[in-house]
Design a protein around this ligand. Structure first.
Ligand code: MEV
Length: 426
């Protein structure tokens, strides 16, 4: 069988059939399949070692988005999310992008920034010079902390110094640039920043307070691009509508925040599935969106000469495939296996493509029929479940509410009671 993520009708299959397809696609073992199907896959004792004061395990749905073709490679993309429509939207958009040749994605080297806050120096400019003239020694101290990372080709690579004005006077901010290879990198960077701080104090006579990674990871960017033929989108009008949506977001931070939220729907769902730090990604994305001093959309949309739609997304993407929860949570390990990514940079390329896909799907829906139609179907099912419908009753209650155009909790309850009465009577 050709290994493809283009699987028509995947969403209509029973869960067990979907899992069979994913098993074959990713060569999962029987144990991995059982872990996917078992809602108790994160054992309590493991959970208890991940964070403090554990009293249970919290579950979320785990899905795969289909149709993703990125740099010529097919991916089934694991997504963990509570919001209906996001997985369907990503899969739909990826199908449209596939018709235009798929996503092209790339990343910068995986370089994170560690910040060392130096205060109480007599002359900040002189301190800056002292630090830069000791760059080699600072890098040496940093790299002594992580010989394995250095052996893998990573490690501290450079030192930059900024002087900033603050409410407590001028500060000298040292940036330690660390290639963290396949890790998210916060731990490695924080260790190095703490290790070099005493030496920086010694050569400058100042006092260091903070030593911590920056989540504004401007040296670790991921980029994705796609072209969608206008016929696939539904015609010139849809292209025009999406360009209007983009113009709106570019001019208005109220809209840009929501535009970027649509991007993060995809990015964060993959981050959760792979055990990555979602808060670091959110912080980095929104700070990057405001880096010009004005909050802007992270993606750009334009029309090609042929009248097709071209989209581009660039954002910081501090993700890892080693360390942290990625290797502790058994489901995160399986998610990485399903993805088949070999490096953190490849994972970042997938995530930025998914972000662009979710953005495209949202803009297309918003510029045409609106998002409520699709949302409401799933919302109706959720309401049915919330009022106690089970099995086939879920769809029966949901379909009735959609037909009536009344998708509300009280109505779901009434319909459920009526259906139950009828079933009893027959
Ligand atoms: C909903 O989760 C995301 C959207 O609001 C994104 C957008 O408006 O672009 C639909």
């Amino acid at each position: 069988m050709k290994r493809t993520s283009r699987i028509p009708g995947f969403y209509k299959l029973p869960i067990i059939e979907r899992v069979k397809i994913v098993k074959e696609f990713a060569e999962l073992t029987d144990e991995e399949v059982s872990a996917l199907l078992n809602t108790g896959s994160l054992p309590l004792d493991l959970a208890d070692r991940m964070i403090e004061n554990v009293i249970g395990v919290f579950h979320l749905p785990f899905a795969v988005a289909t149709n993703f073709l990125i740099n010529g490679k097919d991916y089934l993309v694991p997504m963990v999310i509570e919001e209906p429509s996001v997985v369907a939207a990503a899969s739909n958009a990826a199908k449209m992008v596939r018709a235009g040749g798929g996503f092209k994605a790339e990343t910068t080297p995986p370089v994170m920034i560690g910040q060392i806050q130096l205060t109480n120096v007599k002359d900040p400019v002189e301190a800056k010079e002292q630090i830069l003239s000791e760059k080699e020694k600072i890098l040496e101290i940093a790299n002594e902390q992580d010989p394995i990372l250095v052996k893998l080709g990573g490690g501290a690579k450079d030192v930059e110094v900024r002087i900033i004005d603050t409410i407590k006077g001028p500060m000298v901010i040292v940036h330690l640039l660390v290639d963290v290879r396949d890790a998210m990198g916060a731990n490695a960077v924080n260790t190095m920043a703490e290790a070099v701080a005493p030496y920086i104090e010694k050569i400058t006579g100042g006092k260091v307070y903070l030593r911590i990674v920056s989540n504004l990871a401007v040296k670790r960017l991921a980029r994705a691009e796609c072209v969608v033929p206008k016929e696939v989108l539904g015609g010139e009008d849809v292209v025009e509508g999406i360009l209007y949506a983009y113009a709106f977001a570019k001019a208005d931070p109220y809209r840009a925040a929501t535009h970027n939220k649509g991007i993060m729907n995809g990015v964060i769902a993959v981050a959760l599935a792979t055990g990555n730090d979602t808060r670091a990604l959110e912080a980095g994305a929104h700070a990057y969106a405001a880096i010009t001093g004005r909050y802007l959309p992270l993606s750009t949309w334009e029309m090609t000469e042929k009248g097709d739609l071209r989209g581009f997304l660039e954002m910081p993407m501090a993700v890892g495939i080693v360390g942290g929860a990625t290797r502790v949570n058994p489901l995160a390990k399986i998610a990485l296996k399903i993805l088949g990514v070999k490096t953190a940079s490849e994972l970042a390329q997938v995530m930025v493509s998914v972000g662009l896909a979710n953005n495209l799907a949202a803009l297309k829906a918003l510029a045409t029929e609106g998002i409520q139609k699709g949302h409401m179907k799933l919302h109706a099912r959720n309401l049915a479940i919330a009022v106690g419908a089970t099995g086939e009753l879920i769809d029966l209650v949901a379909e009735r509410m959609i037909k009536e155009g009344k998708i509300r909790m009280e109505r779901a309850r009434e319909i459920l009671e009526e259906l139950k009465r009828k079933m009893k009577a027959s």
